[in-house]
Design a protein around this ligand. Structure first.
Ligand code: HEM
Length: 508
């Protein structure tokens, strides 16, 4: 297969490289396989978009991902399934402990979900993208022959075009990791004392070295046992075997309902209905102003107030006087390097400090708790849903209630180390960066800690050193469904669609 530059973009689904932001009409379909043979037929001709850059960009795109149940229903052998990660194989709702760690308890519990649990686990996720007004025609083209015979529609996940704004009214999709497609970045620990936004491709794409310089476990196929695997890429770390995972990724999907009137009315109440106060509190919960400006922008030299980019860290704001430590964006990506700030730099003192830290002495609690960001990044590809409700209207007592929220999607090569870690250790966990009993203000489920202490507050230090405490936060977001999917490379997709009716049974 042809390589584009150094990377096999023609074997990669486009979502790994593009957000398809210009394709504002989207529809996400959760399918069950009704007839495996018709499903494979449909898959063999599905017009799936690759990651090759085309100019001008196409007007439509289609992406496909499978749950483990879907792979099994299509006849993928258990020896291949065994090569996937436990998180993918056993799923997002695999046991109570996992649900607790992901914050899926109380109103978020899987038993209340609209999909993703028990009989409502989807087999296939289809992501359709089109330019405004083009979705119906694209959907008809995509469905084509075999579709109605092959699949049952489990859920049609709504999305709506809110521009770059999320339902609460904040600009979203600003910060993303940059992927080192050209493989120039040094993953050695000494090269990464400080935060960097550039990530090894293997953090997002299977079959390439990750930030540890290693290959993430994935299904490798022995050609002796499976002659159908012949057109799959070779495994770079095990050339005698074929790589079913290479150029694929895991896709995490969570349907998160947002109570927009509830959010703004609560903030209005605790801000004595003073609009500026309300805005400041909302921005400090998110960690950016509504137009996307980072909260530390005006305080830290070198950051342009309107620079929406990623060119900042929290190093000069260790106590969160400008951007609270608990703010959503600071928790979701603390922008930490491999060593705490005070230890980076050059010279004899820095060297001694570094040795002291490596040996584990003199660690402050907040330094212990925040791991290096480069091992826990997410490539976010979600879309909002529901009707737009501007904050100024949402504060009114008669604000129209409606289903609104985020179809949260992220792509990762390691579900446990990336999505589950961020969701658990940084978002849901009350202990973060020296904070106690204070989860993410936007996403917290407000369930008490195991010791019975409440988690429904948000602390905002002021520059004078005092703490502004907001108490009795209601739950602003609720999980309505979720699942883990494998988004294969295009050659692996061909392999799936070419499986014989009795499973892969391809022994020669
Ligand atoms: C309804 C739920 C959510 C809302 C309203 C929301 C909102 C936002 C907003 C407004 C931003 C700032 C824009 C940007 O930096 O791109 C952001 C950033 C981010 N969010 Fe969320 N988010 C939600 C759920 C989640 C979840 C579930 C996760 C992960 C498990 C997550 C991870 C992130 C990350 C990694 C960033 C970028 C932080 C950075 O690099 O600075 N978000 N989110």
């Amino acid at each position: 297969m042809k390589e584009s530059g150094n990377f096999e973009f023609d074997d990669v689904q486009g979502l790994l490289r593009f957000g398809y932001g210009k394709l504002a009409d989207t529809c996400f379909m959760l399918l069950k396989i009704a007839d495996a043979s018709a499903a494979r037929q449909w898959l063999s001709t599905a017009p799936v978009s690759s990651a090759i850059a085309i100019h001008p960009p196409p007007d439509t795109a289609l992406q496909i991902a499978f749950s483990v149940q879907g792979l099994r229903a299509l006849g993928i052998d258990e020896s291949i399934i065994d090569g996937f990660s436990d998180e993918f194989v056993h799923g997002m709702t695999r046991n109570e402990n996992c649900s607790r760690r992901l914050g899926d308890i109380g109103h978020n519990a899987p038993k209340y979900w609209k999909w993703g649990e028990g009989a409502d686990v989807p087999h296939i996720l289809l992501l359709l993208y089109a330019r405004k007004g083009g979705l119906d025609a694209w959907k008809a083209t995509v469905e084509g022959e075999y579709f109605s015979q092959a699949f049952q529609l489990l859920q049609y996940l709504p999305t709506s075009d809110m521009g770059r704004t999320d339902p609460f009214g904040f600009e979203d999709g600003i910060s993303q990791p940059a992927i080192d497609w050209a493989d120039r970045h040094d993953t050695d620990s000494h090269a990464n004392d400080r935060y960097t936004n550039l990530l090894a491709a293997g953090e997002m794409v299977l079959g390439y070295p990750n930030e540890y310089g290693q290959y993430t476990a994935r299904p490798l196929i022995d050609l002796q046992k499976d002659r159908f695997a012949v057109n799959l890429p070779d495994a770079k770390d095990d050339p005698a075997r074929k790589d079913f995972g290479r150029n694929g990724t895991y896709l995490v999907l969570r349907q998160l309902e947002q109570n927009v009137p509830g959010f703004w009315q609560f903030l209005d109440k605790v801000s004595d209905s003073i609009p500026e106060k309300r805005e400041r509190l909302a921005a400090s919960m998110v960690g950016r102003e509504r137009n996307g400006t980072p909260l530390i922008a005006e305080h830290i030299p070198g950051i342009l107030p309107k620079d929406h980019g990623n060119h900042f860290t929290y190093d000069l704001d260790p106590k969160g006087n400008h951007c609270p430590v608990s703010a959503h964006v600071r928790r979701a990506n603390p922008r930490t390097g491999d060593l705490p700030t005070a230890v980076t730099g050059t010279g004899a003192i820095a060297l001694i400090n570094r040795l002291v830290k490596i040996l584990g002495f003199g660690q402050k609690p907040e330094e212990d708790l925040i791991a290096s960001s480069r091992f826990h990044r997410l490539l976010r590809r979600g879309r909002s849903y529901g009707p737009v409700l501007a904050p100024g209207d949402a504060v009114k007592p008669d604000a129209p209630a409606a289903e609104r929220g985020l179809q949260f999607i992220c792509l990762v090569a390691n579900i446990g180390r990336q999505f589950e870690f961020v969701q658990n250790a940084w978002i849901v966990n009350g202990k973060f960066g020296g904070l106690q009993e204070e989860p993410d203000p936007l996403l917290g489920n407000r369930e008490p800690m195991i010791n019975g202490n409440s988690t429904d507050h948000f602390n905002r230090p002021t520059s004078s050193g005092s703490m502004q405490k907001t108490c009795h936060l209601p739950q602003f977001t609720t999980v309505l469904g979720g699942g883990y999917f494998f988004m294969p490379g295009l050659r692996a997709l061909k392999y799936i669609s070419a499986l014989p009716a009795n499973g892969n049974g391809g022994s020669s």
